[in-house]
Design a protein around this ligand. Structure first.
Ligand code: NAD
Length: 490
C-alpha cells in the first residue's frame, strides 16, 4: 500500500466516481486527509453489469472450491502483510486508537481465512427419499450481492460481508460509509493484488441516499447485507420488500450490562469501562445501560466514576490512549446534545458531559460520561447515543432486573457480572439479545454467529452458516429406477 487510494473500483476499473467531490477529514484534529469523488446511480449500474458478467463467467462459476479457498487465503495474507498500513489508515479515517485498528486488521485477515476453510468443509445433503430417487439439498450463489457498511469499524464490517459472499460464489458491490471510504478502497486494492478476477468486487464510495439506495433497489441485486443504524435498516427492508429480496440487517443497540451483588467488583469495573468507553462508545454492542444490584449501587457507582475519570483520553496513535476522538465532529455534537437533553430531563451527570479543550480542542473529542437518576422513559435510556455515554440504574431483585433490561426496542447484546453460575445462566437465558457475555464483554469469535433481536436486526453473520446467507437452497430429485414412468404410453 504505497499511497491512499481515492478512486472508486467500478466493474474492475479504478476511476473517479461520477458524483460530488467530498473531503475526507481526520477527526483527531479536523485536518483534511484527501478529497475524493463519490459515485452515483450511474456507477452502480456499471458496477452491477460488470459484476453479473464476472459472476457468471465460467472462470468464477466453475472455480473449484479449493481454488476459491486459495484465493481467500491469499486475500487474508495480503491483509496481514499490510496490517500496519491498514490500521494506520483506519486510525486516520475513523479516529480510533491504533491498538484497536490493529486488532481489527488482524480480525479481517482471520475472517478471510475462516471463510476459506469453511468453504472447503461445507457439505450439501443427501436427504431421505421416499422412493427410488436420489434427493439432494444443494446450495447455489445468489449472484450479485450488495454490502453496505457503517463508519465505526470499516475493515472488519467489510471483511465480514465480502469474505462469506465470495466464498459462496457471488460478486459483491460494497458501499462504505461516507466518512470512512479509504480503508475499504485499500481493501479493494489488496483483493485485486491477491488475484480476485476483475468485476467480482466493486467498491463505491457514495452517499447512502444515492449510491446506497440505488444498490438496494437495483433489480439485479439479489441480496443486501447491511450494517448500520436501525432507521436506515428499516428503510432498506421496505425497499427490499418491494422486490422480495432477502436482506440481513445488523443494526443498533442499547445493551444492558448487569452487576449482581455477588460479582467480582474489580473485574466488573474493568469490563464495564471497556464495554462502553472503548471505541469511544461508537460500537453497536456498547454496554450503554448499566444495572447494579441495589445493595452495591452507591459504592459501585462511586468507584466506577473515579475509574472513568482516570481513563486516558488522547491521541489515537499513543499506545497509552484508551479513549480517542469520535469519528466526526458532527457526530460528537449529536452526542453532546443527547447529554444536554438528559440533563434537562433530570439526569445527573456524574462525570464527563464536556468537550475537552487544550490540546484536544480541535478533535471530535467528548469526555467519558456517566449519567444517573434517569426516569425509565428518558431519551438517554431509550435511544442509541453511539458515544461514550453510560446510564446507570439500580435493580431490586432478578425479576426487576429482567423487566428493566428487556424494556428496550433493541436486543443486540448483554453483559452479566456474577460469580453465581446458576444465576448467570438463568439471567442469560431470559435476556432478549443475540449475544450474552458472562464475566466478560466484547469478546468475539468469527466462528460464533452474531446478530440482533427486535430492532437490532435480522439474520446472522459469522460462523459456517454465514456462507449460507449468501446462497439459495435448491432441492434436486433424481430418478434412479429403470421402471417406466406410470404415465408412459398414455
Ligand atoms: P447509517 O445507518 O447512517 O449508515 C450505514 C450505511 O448505510 C452507510 O454506508 C450509509 O451511507 C448507508 N445508507 C444510509 N442511508 C441509506 C439508504 N437509504 N439506502 C442505502 N444505504 C444507506 O449508520 P452509521 O451512522 O454509519 O453507523 C452507526 C450505526 O451502525 C449505529 O446504529 C450502530 O449501532 C450500527 N452498527 C451496527 C452493527 C451491528 O453489527 N449490529 C455494527 C456496527 C454498527
Amino acid at each position: 500500500m504505497d499511497r491512499i487510494e481515492t478512486r472508486a473500483l467500478v466493474a474492475g476499473k479504478w476511476r473517479q466516481g461520477s458524483g460530488d467531490l467530498v473531503q475526507s477529514r481526520n477527526p483527531f484534529d479536523g485536518s483534511q486527509i484527501t478529497e475524493l469523488r463519490f459515485t452515483d446511480a450511474s456507477d452502480v449500474e456499471e458496477a452491477v453489469a460488470g459484476a453479473k458478467t464476472a459472476q457468471t463467467d465460467a472462470a468464477w462459476r466453475e472455480m473449484l472450491p479449493h481454488n476459491r479457498a486459495r484465493l481467500l487465503y491469499r486475500i487474508g495474507d495480503k491483509i496481514e502483510e499490510n496490517a500496519e498500513a491498514i490500521a494506520s489508515l483506519q486510525t486516520l479515517d475513523t479516529g480510533k486508537t491504533l491498538t484497536e485498528t490493529g486488532a481489527l486488521a488482524a480480525s479481517a485477515a482471520g475472517t478471510f481465512r475462516y471463510y476459506a476453510a469453511a468453504l472447503e468443509t461445507l457439505e450439501d445433503a443427501i436427504t431421505p427419499s421416499r422412493g427410488e430417487y436420489l434427493t439432494m439439498s444443494v446450495h447455489e450463489p445468489i449472484g450479485v450481492v450488495g454490502a453496505i457498511t457503517p463508519w465505526n469499524s470499516p475493515i472488519a464490517s467489510d471483511a465480514q460481508k465480502i469474505a462469506p459472499a465470495l466464498a459462496a460464489g457471488n460478486a459483491v458491490i460494497l458501499k462504505p460509509a461516507e466518512w470512512t471510504p479509504l480503508v475499504s478502497l485499500a481493501l479493494g486494492r489488496l483483493c485485486e493484488e491477491a488475484g480476485l478476477p476483475p468485476g467480482l468486487l466493486s467498491i463505491l464510495p457514495g452517499h447512502g441516499r444515492e449510491t446506497g439506495a440505488a444498490i438496494v433497489s437495483h433489480p439485479a441485486i439479489g441480496k443486501v447485507s447491511f450494517t448500520g443504524g436501525t432507521q436506515t435498516g428499516l428503510t432498506i427492508a421496505r425497499s427490499a420488500a418491494a422486490k422480495l429480496m432477502p436482506v440481513s440487517l445488523e443494526l443498533g443497540g442499547k445493551s444492558p450490562t448487569i452487576v449482581c451483588d455477588d460479582a467480582d467488583i474489580e473485574r466488573a469495573i474493568a469490563g464495564i469501562l471497556f464495554g462502553i468507553f472503548s471505541s469511544t462508545g461508537q460500537s453497536c454492542i456498547a454496554g450503554s445501560r448499566l444495572f447494579v444490584a441495589q445493595s452495591l449501587y452507591a459504592e459501585f457507582v462511586d468507584r466506577l466514576v473515579s475509574a472513568t475519570r482516570s481513563l486516558k483520553v488522547g491521541n489515537p496513535r499513543d499506545s497509552q490512549t484508551q479513549v480517542a476522538s469520535m469519528a466526526d465532529h458532527s457526530h460528537r455534537d449529536k452526542v453532546a446534545a443527547y447529554v444536554e437533553r438528559a440533563r434537562d430531563e433530570g439526569g445527573k451527570v456524574l462525570c464527563g458531559g464536556t468537550i475537552p479543550g487544550g490540546k484536544l480542542r480541535k478533535g471530535a473529542f467528548y469526555m467519558p460520561t456517566i449519567i444517573a437518576d434517569l426516569a425509565p422513559d428518558a431519551e438517554a435510556l431509550r435511544e442509541e447515543i453511539f458515544g461514550p455515554v453510560l446510564a446507570v440504574l439500580p435493580f431490586q431483585d432478578d425479576e426487576d432486573l429482567i423487566a428493566q433490561a428487556n424494556d428496550s426496542v433493541y436486543g443486540l447484546a448483554c453483559g452479566i457480572w456474577s460469580r453465581d453460575a446458576a444465576r448467570s445462566w438463568r439471567i442469560a437465558r431470559r435476556i432478549e439479545a443475540g449475544t450474552v457475555w458472562i464475566n466478560t464483554y466484547k469478546q468475539f469469535s468469527i466462528s460464533t454467529p452474531f446478530g440482533g433481536w427486535k430492532l437490532s436486526g435480522m439474520g446472522r453473520e459469522k460462523g459456517r452458516e454465514g456462507i449460507r446467507g449468501y446462497q439459495h437452497q435448491k432441492s434436486i430429485y433424481w430418478n434412479m429406477a429403470d421402471a417406466p414412468h406410470p404415465w408412459a404410453g398414455v
